[in-house]
Ligand binder design. Structure first.
Ligand code: FES
Length: 348
């Protein structure tokens, strides 16, 4: 995992679930759906911020309840009014256990959501922003772009897609960010992507200290963009969001490395192969709040007091890891024992 995510974390939680009505579903290339949702009172969703995501409460075909995260963007014409929001769903997510129910939604259905939270907020004080999205990673990028457009900020969107047909949000980006968009289709070559991003960063000779870059897409793509951005911009100005768990996190979920011990509140517990720290704490009746169980939301954070963690999340920054942040749902240990305590402060 590239550890250059400089985005800060702000949590905007709503405890109860909120019903949203599906008002439109556009499916493209038989793999992607753009779903438009409306609040049932037609009012703005409390806590909505550009870059935030929802926890969608779904039921699998086998009848199992499942929660999955989706980036949320406003679909209201002039901002946050009318209670209209969009999410983008791709069949790629099916392999990770959850989006089939989301993809099958039809107009008139109800989707219950909870816990609006934002791991990808806009930085304050930017003189300009460069937003880079690939594939389904364009959804949080579009959410940020709407926020910047509504604030009349200076920004540029670069949208990489394998074909015009699969660039499912391009009509929205062109509508709301018309003169600030560069769509790039069928562009898989890393060198070409690097040149396009490099040119955008150098455009107008912007001040690197106040230029911020945001990227979302497949991990390899993000790593390439982050590397190019790092040639010019300070690491704190480079923000990325994983839209699905990293492969390391998935491996951790499915076949964890060997056992290790944790100590918490004076108790020692073994974390065996195939179980997470979160699982073990729950079994010992020491529950920790959690949401995604994939290392992407940060809810299950605890602090490492002693020991050497093996970080497998894709949510915490390098600085946050250094402060002791540990995602109990996926991360493991390189030392025989980890001493943990509850995380008491807001993540900086
Ligand atoms: S529950 Fe989301 S990071 Fe652990």
């Amino acid at each position: 995992m590239n550890a250059m995510n400089a985005a800060t974390t702000s949590n905007v939680e709503t405890q109860a679930t909120v019903p949203l009505t599906v008002v439109d579903v556009q499916r493209t290339a038989d793999t992607i759906a753009l779903i438009t949702l409306r609040t049932q009172d037609g009012q703005a969703l409390p806590g909505y911020e550009p870059g935030c995501h929802i926890d969608a409460h779904l039921t699998t075909e086998a009848g199992e309840p499942i929660t999955r995260q989706y980036s949320l963007f406003t679909m209201s014409p002039t901002g946050n009014e009318q209670g209209l929001y969009g999410v983008e769903v791709t069949r790629e997510h099916f392999a990770y256990g959850g989006a089939a129910a989301m993809y099958r939604l039809e107009p008139g259905d109800t989707l219950r959501i909870s816990a609006l939270r934002n791991n990808f907020p806009l930085a304050k004080g930017a003189s300009r922003s460069i937003l880079v999205g690939a594939g389904v990673g364009i959804a949080p990028i579009f959410s940020l772009a709407r926020g910047l457009a509504l604030a009349d900020a200076t920004f540029r969107v670069i949208y990489f897609a394998s074909s015009a047909e699969k660039a499912v949000l391009s009509h929205l980006i062109e509508e709301y960010c018309a003169d600030r968009t560069r769509n790039v289709f069928a562009s898989g070559a890393r060198e070409q992507q690097a040149d396009i991003v490099r040119d955008a960063i150098r455009e107008h000779g912007g001040d690197p200290e106040t230029t911020h870059l945001y990227v979302c897409g497949p991990q390899g793509f993000m790593d390439g963009v982050i590397e190019v951005a790092g040639e010019t911009l300070p690491a704190r100005n480079i923000h990325w969001e994983a839209f699905r768990p990293t492969e390391v996190a998935l491996a951790g979920n499915q076949c964890a490395d060997g056992a290790f011990e944790i100590e918490f509140r004076g108790m020692s517990m073994e974390v065996p192969e195939g179980k997470s720290v979160l699982d073990v704490l729950e079994e010992e009746d020491l529950p920790i709040m959690s949401q995604c169980a994939e290392g992407t939301c940060g809810t299950c954070v605890m602090r490492v007091v002693e020991g050497t963690p093996d970080h497998r999340d894709s949510v915490f920054t390098e600085d946050q890891h250094e402060q002791g942040a540990f995602a109990t749902c996926v991360s493991r240990s390189l030392s025989p024992t980890l001493v943990l305590e509850r995380w008491r402060n807001a993540l900086a």
